[in-house]
Design a protein. Structure first.
Length: 415
């Protein structure tokens, strides 16, 4: 055979050589495709470049503390019953929503941009005093700074007045923001190759991102008190004279500032855990509006109008002939608002994830409408201001704090 080979003859290939050659050829297994069943190992960073998500929110807030507004007598008396106020309102659960839209800025899923908006539904509280036809005493209690004693403005009294007083309060909270995040570390090598990151499902995955961006918060509330009175006796007013009195207090807090945060995502099969901590630092623009009105109608006479009420008077609403009515106060303060979000997710399909979570945020140094009601009153300021009257009720400008917490249920779609 050696001689034949030297002559250039072709020799048959041994069968063993064929076997070796075949064994060294790459296997032609079918290319694995991502299916719902393959999601038993959730992909890192989840598939898709864009995502949209929506949450239903069931949240609670710490509410607003009202002073005693309606009673059966002067405060401090053992026989006095507080009919409304001296309690916290607007602290019940309420429904809201949160929407989010985001996108990866690079193929390696290192940078992302995200927009979000949150709205808690308006919550209100209402009260109207019982109609007694003047058979029992109902009043709006206050402290008389002239007499230096507890007193009150009568709403209903046998033989004198027949009337009702109503209180309406409401508040509303919303937030919006935009953030840029950068991946600090990851437990996988999902950037190889960059043209198809994380195409193969992973059983275990985690990543931690740094977030920075802009945040806007808006908290507004209102307390309105309305009296409707009719004179039924006495000598101070003509019989049948009616009074319609309004006290209105509005407060609004608008936060504008930067936001920093850290987000950690842990994946185990279809399940995921998201831990997000954020802190917003910036300016809280506070606005307080105080306005009062009184309409007095004497039988057979034209209605007289005064631009002040009982707790919203010329001493705290700025309603003089030289100033516009109602008066609005502004203030800007530096504020820090921390927030924590915890979320448990489940990958339903390649693109769809369901989740349930819990969130809490705290906002200090805010103004609430109820805190601006001053129960210190000098009766000499109404119906017309008398000489020597003290400047009460006064503008308080009191601040308090706000927190909101609750659960969210929603879904996210990536494409």
């Amino acid at each position: 055979m050696a001689a034949d080979a030297a002559k250039g003859g072709l020799q048959p290939i041994p069968e063993s050589s064929q076997a070796v050659t075949q064994a060294t050829q790459p296997q032609t297994a079918g290319t694995a495709e991502m299916t719902d069943d393959a999601l038993d190992g959730v992909v890192c960073s989840l598939p898709g470049r864009f995502w949209l998500r929506a949450d239903y929110l069931l949240w609670w807030t710490n509410g607003m503390k009202l002073p005693p507004l309606v009673s059966t007598g002067v405060l401090g008396s053992s026989s006095t019953q507080i009919l409304y106020g001296d309690d916290t309102i607007l602290d019940g659960g309420r429904s809201g929503y949160r929407t989010t839209a985001g996108m990866w800025l690079d193929c390696c899923h290192v940078w992302d941009l995200e927009f979000d908006y949150l709205s808690l539904g308006e919550l209100d509280a209402n009260y109207t005093s019982p109609t007694t036809s003047g058979s029992s005493v109902i009043m709006r209690p206050f402290f008389d700074v002239q007499a230096n004693t507890q007193s009150g403005e009568l709403v209903s009294s046998p033989g004198l007045l027949n009337g009702t007083v109503s209180v309406h309060a409401k508040d509303y909270f919303q937030s919006a923001g935009v953030s840029l995040s950068y991946n600090l570390c990851s437990c996988d090598g999902c950037c190889t190759p960059c043209n198809d990151p994380c195409a193969i499902p992973l059983l275990n995955c985690c990543r931690t991102d740094l977030l920075f961006g802009f945040r806007y918060y808006d908290l507004s509330d209102y307390v309105g008190i309305t009296e409707n009175l009719t004179v039924t006796g006495g000598t101070s007013s003509v019989l049948g004279t009616t009074f319609l009195i309004h006290d209105n207090f509005n407060a609004r807090n608008q936060f504008y500032g930067g936001e920093l945060g850290m987000r950690t995502e842990l994946y185990r099969g279809r399940w995921s855990l998201n831990i997000l901590t954020k802190i917003a630092l910036g300016n809280n623009h506070q606005t307080i509006n105080i306005a009062g009105e009184e309409y007095k109608t004497v039988p057979n006479q034209s209605t007289q109008y005064y631009n002040y009420g009982i707790f919203a008077g010329r001493t705290n609403d700025g309603s003089t002939t030289a100033e516009p009515w109602p008066h609005t106060y502004y203030r800007d303060v530096f504020t820090i608002i921390p927030q924590l979000n915890l979320e448990l997710g489940y990958q339903m399909t390649r693109n769809l994830r369901a989740f349930v979570g819990y969130s809490i945020l705290y906002w200090g140094n805010i103004v609430r409408a109820a805190d601006q009601i001053d129960l210190n009153v000098d009766p000499r300021n109404w119906p017309t201001q008398q000489t020597g009257a003290l400047p009460f009720p006064a503008f308080t400008g009191r601040t308090s704090s706000f927190y909101a917490q609750g659960i969210n249920v929603g879904a996210e779609y990536r494409f």
